[in-house]
Design a protein around this ligand. Structure first.
Ligand code: SF4
Length: 87
C-alpha cells in the first residue's frame, strides 16, 4: 500500500471518514471527507483497495459505504435467469 504515503487524509481527523448516522454532523463530516478525497492524488487506488476488501465502513476514495455497496452489487456477474443448462 505504497499509495498511502500520498494520502491527502494523513493528518486529518479520522472521524470525518467514518461518519456515524445519516443526518446533521454526520452529513457535515461526510462532506468534509469528500472534499479531502477530491484533492487526493491516490483516490483511485484508495477506492480500488476498498472495493477489493468488500463491504467496509467509511469513506474511501471519496465514496461512502452505501455507494460502494451499490458499486459492488452492480459489478457482480449476473446469472442467466431462466436459462437451462444442457442435460
Ligand atoms: S481518497 Fe480519501 S480516504 Fe483515500 S487516501 Fe485519499 S484522502 Fe484518504
Amino acid at each position: 500500500m505504497e499509495w498511502l504515503r500520498s494520502a491527502a487524509c494523513a493528518g486529518e481527523d479520522p472521524e470525518l471518514f467514518f461518519p456515524v448516522g445519516t443526518a446533521g454532523p454526520a452529513l457535515r463530516d461526510l462532506a468534509a471527507a469528500k472534499q479531502v478525497c477530491a484533492c487526493c492524488t491516490v483516490a483511485r487506488e484508495c477506492l480500488s483497495y476498498a472495493l477489493g476488501l468488500g463491504p467496509t465502513a467509511g469513506v474511501w476514495g471519496g465514496v461512502p459505504e452505501e455507494e460502494r455497496t451499490d458499486l459492488l452489487r452492480r459489478s457482480r456477474p449476473r446469472h442467466d435467469v431462466g436459462r437451462r443448462s444442457p442435460q
